[in-house]
Design a protein around this ligand. Structure first.
Ligand code: THG
Length: 367
């Protein structure tokens, strides 16, 4: 593999010094920022994540802060998910769509106060869309990227590690809720959430200067828990059916195609951009949809391009994420499949860069 050429455009994070001291082996780029992809190997990292606890530098999940009297109105303009009953300690996974219903991002929204929100974004320059909407609609709201960097604690021993640093009260934080906890003389939002199915927390580290002190405190407290540096793990997230924006779905796809129809309240939420387009899809149903797929044979090559899915001579979709799982003893994958061929058990052919393989559509992900 080739090397990466660091530059000022490729932003470091408050935790990069710690990540590098722990021996990061590869980085990706996400929101113009460094995102580690493995430390030992993707397989060894995945095994450890399922058994112990890891500290993840996910600062690249940048926040868009909405602040002002129209913040809530703007948040609801962005998404078809009903935000009207959202409490001031809640996080919601929200599809963000354009006027055609195409997905622009799939962030986590954090409601801090009625007039203050964070949109914790996936990999697209969403802030430009948000600012454009606010200008176009004459909204009274400030929109900016605050100095806030998520640090995720993931794995079965997350509660024990977090309690050692923040006290036992952290155990009471409920799924997709948050509470404020003090560290270094500053309050930080800590939510029970994260991009794995192993359980854990996300600390929205408020202030660059708290990054390394917190990183070090977590590693010191976690020695006897076998704490390690980790990162979103390809095997674990595909097994868990967690989607990656830009890979598994793009602006070409609506939320129903992405399997996020349950987050579209198209009958009631009419003050969202794209609601008319989404109401039509809700009525007619999507023509293709995300599916978990297993791919037969030994380890597939790197899935760094779309792999066409065929049924005979007919093209019926594509695979966007695929990796060998030693835990399932098969290749686990995520793809988009036409309605005609999306039933569980359907056998297809997937065209990888090293040749065709048999692919089987699954009912659910592996967890
Ligand atoms: N945490 C935070 N910000 C993020 C991510 C995150 N921004 C970028 C990216 N990840 C956004 N994408 C996702 C995808 C899946 C989930 C969260 C963010 C997720 N899904 C759960 C699931 O599918 O099981 C729960 C969804 C629900 O029921 O609400 O957690 O990880 N801060």
């Amino acid at each position: 593999m080739y090397l990466m050429s660091p530059s000022h455009r490729l932003r470091r994070t408050p935790f990069s010094d710690g990540v590098e001291a722990e021996g990061v082996k590869a980085y990706s780029v996400y929101n113009h920022m460094l995102l580690p992809t493995f430390f030992h190997s993707v397989e060894e990292d995945s095994r450890h994540l399922r058994e112990a606890v890891q500290v993840w530098d996910v600062a690249c999940e940048r926040q868009i802060e909405l602040r002002g009297p129209d913040a809530g109105k703007l948040a609801q303009l962005l998404t078809p998910r009903d935000l009207s009953r959202m409490q001031e300690d809640q996080c919601y996974y929200i599809p963000v769509v354009d006027q055609s219903g195409g997905m622009l991002n799939d962030p986590v929204a954090v409601k801090l106060e009625e007039d203050r929100w964070w949109i914790s974004i996936a990999d697209s320059d969403l802030i430009m869309w948000v600012k454009g909407l606010a200008v176009g609609r004459n909204l009274d709201v400030q929109i900016f990227e605050p100095d806030v960097s998520p640090l995720a604690i993931q794995g079965p021993k997350s509660d024990d590690l977090m309690a050692r640093v923040f006290g036992d009260a952290v155990r009471d934080v409920k799924f997709f809720r948050y509470k404020l906890f003090e560290f270094g003389g500053k309050e930080h939002v800590i939510a029970r959430s994260g991009y794995s199915k192993q359980g854990g927390f996300e600390i929205y580290v408020d202030g660059w200067e708290h990054g390394m002190p917190l990183w070090n405190a977590l590693f010191e407290a976690g020695q006897s828990l076998d704490v390690r540096a980790g990162c979103p793990n390809m095997i674990e997230r595909v097994e868990g059916g967690l989607l990656s924006y830009g890979s598994d779905m793009t602006a070409e796809n609506n939320p129903f195609e992405a399997g996020l129809g349950k987050f579209c309240t198209t009958d009631r939420i009419t003050d969202c951009i794209g609601h008319a387009a989404l109401a039509e899809v809700a009525q007619s149903g999507p023509t293709q949809q995300i599916r978990s797929i297993s791919i037969e044979g030994d380890a597939v090559p790197l899935c760094d391009r779309r792999w066409p899915l065929r049924a005979g001579d007919q093209r019926v979709g594509r695979v966007s994420s695929a990796v060998w799982s030693p835990f399932q003893n098969t290749n686990v994958a995520i793809g988009m499949v036409a309605a005609s061929h999306w039933d569980a058990g359907t056998e297809l052919v997937v065209e990888t860069q090293t040749g065709p393989r048999t692919a089987i559509v699954r009912e659910t992900s592996w967890k």
